[in-house]
Design a protein around this ligand. Structure first.
Ligand code: ADP
Ligand code: ASP
Ligand code: MG
Length: 451
């Protein structure tokens, strides 16, 4: 059995859905198909909700357009014998959605739990449609088996319950094809609809692959595979044929948006190989993600870019690990997530999201006061940066690579605010922090230094 996940880029239009149909209908083994909402729909559901909350009457028209997109697809692709049932199910979802938008517009605010309900309609509608477009397919409701609970106010996966429920739902002989929606979930205690975070359909697919014992997880998208850099920025980026779980995890964690980061853990733990494939070019072999790179080997795998980061930098080498730990837990206490941490030229740093800059500034002020740090030992804050990361294995064995990377930034007049070379716990990478305005140039320059 395999699990195949089709993202919004694969289920956005009639043509791309026909490709999905060709791929799944020709499977020779049972397949569990996980789909996202129609391409761009989750963004549309959110922006329409904001319009309604802000008193912008345009939400009505926006809602109509979203509805029409679904009906156009149903009318073109769902076989006649199921068409009216599917139309009716989708119409019922749309009518619930409309009621919620009206409510939001009346009260003029958009609580998180209402937004969670709103965005859930994307996958609820697309999965019913796809189940009726594919041959001999059954529909499974993800709200029955993907469960979350609240931790410090955030919805996090209820891993044990989810694994058990998936195991039960997909036990025994599977039908030819089962289609389910990605991304959405239900709170195990309150029953409220929640989700796994933006891009979370990849994660749903990995959880199902792990708990249902799939032989492979296929992530079908709109590019020929995991590439050496974001192809929208680096035109000569190439497809990576093979990469290890660790390399993919590090790339995703550092901003490679092609796979949602939490996806890697379940497949890695279960030793399930993962393939990234192109729905619009089925001939392309794609990228295989699997076992770790052989010890002693070396090579650059790819580069990732994360925008909108900020740094908290200590200027003296003496700042102890303990101090950084204290600072990091203080940030966590204030709801500020640390993106990563390390040492740049011997001096410790923490990277956070730029959006947390104001709060971090206050935390930093309090911290400096409490530990009597002054002068050079007072940590400084640098905002509006991008982090470009070169990821691979055995990077220290590649003659002069790390020095050449730094030199190529300098040669191209790109200011390097901080750099962190790391080869710990199997993870081998170099992070470069550059001003946000220079991030595309830095990515291109570092990419051409590596490939
Ligand atoms: P989906 O709807 O299939 O989940 P996403 O938009 O989430 O698609 O991810 C696919 C997109 O990720 C591609 O269209 C590509 O532009 C972008 N991308 C960013 N970095 C990479 C990378 N390193 N390799 C491949 N694609 C990347
Ligand atoms: N539809 C959701 C999103 O746009 C989940 C996904 O596509 O993976 O974030
Ligand atoms: Mg995605």
């Amino acid at each position: 059995m395999k699990v195949l996940k089709f993202g919004g880029t694969s289920v956005g239009t009639v043509d791309s859905l026909l490709n999905v149909k060709n791929i799944v209908d020709s499977l020779e083994e049972p397949g569990i198909v996980v789909v996202s909402a129609l391409g761009g729909l989750t963004d549309g559901l959110i922006s329409t909700a904001r319009m309604a909350a802000d008193g912008d009457e345009g939400f009505r028209q926006s809602m109509k357009l979203m509805a029409q997109r679904h009906f156009d697809i149903i009318n073109t692709l769902v076989p006649r014998e199921h068409r009216s049932d599917v139309r009716q199910t989708v119409a019922e979802f749309l009518s619930q959605l409309e009621d919620i938008y009206m409510g939001v517009s009346l009260i003029g605010c958009l609580p998180d739990k209402v937004l969670n309900r709103i965005v859930s309609f994307g996958e609820r509608m697309s999965s019913i449609m796809v189940a009726n477009i594919l041959r001999d397919a059954e529909h499974a409701d993800p709200l029955d088996f993907i469960k979350t609970n609240k931790e410090y106010g955030r919805d996090v996966l209820a891993a044990g319950q989810t694994r058990k429920l998936i195991g039960e739902r997909f036990a025994g002989k599977l039908p030819r094809t089962v289609v389910t929606g990605g991304f959405i979930s239900r709170d195990i205690y309150t029953g409220e609809i929640t989700n796994l975070g933006r891009g979370g359909s990849d994660f749903t697919a990995a959880l199902i692959a792990e708990a249902a014992g799939a032989e492979v997880l296929e992530i079908w998208t709109d590019v020929d595979g995991f590439m050496t850099a974001d192809p929208r920025i680096v035109k000569d980026a190439r497809v990576i044929d093979f990469m290890s779980y660790t390399e993919s995890d590090v790339l995703c964690r550092h901003g490679a948006k092609v796979i949602y980061t939490p996806t890697i853990r379940p497949v890695r733990e279960a030793g399930i190989p993962m393939r990234v494939l192109n729905t619009h070019n089925v001939e392309a072999p794609g990228t295989l993600i699997g076992a770790e790179a052989p010890a002693g080997g070396s090579g650059v795998c790819g580069l990732a870019c994360m925008k909108d980061v900020a740094l908290i930098l200590c200027r003296c080498n003496a700042a102890s690990e303990e101090r950084m730990q204290q600072l990091s837990s203080l940030l966590t206490k204030h709801g500020i997530e640390t993106v990563c941490g390390g040492r740049s030229l011997g001096k410790p740093f923490l990277a956070i999201k730029n959006a947390d800059a104001d709060m971090a500034g206050k935390v930093l002020g309090d911290y400096a006061g409490s530990c009597n740090a002054e002068g050079d030992c007072m940590p400084v804050f640098v905002g509006d940066l991008s982090m470009i990361t070169v990821v691979g294995h055995g990077l220290d064995n590649i003659d002069g690579l790390r020095d050449n990377l730094e030199k190529s930034l300098a040669d191209n007049d790109i200011d390097m605010v901080a750099v962190n070379h790391s080869a710990n716990d199997n993870e081998d990478f170099s992070e470069f922090f550059v001003p946000a305005s220079g991030s595309a140039d830095a990515l291109k320059c570092l990419h051409s230094c590596c490939f």
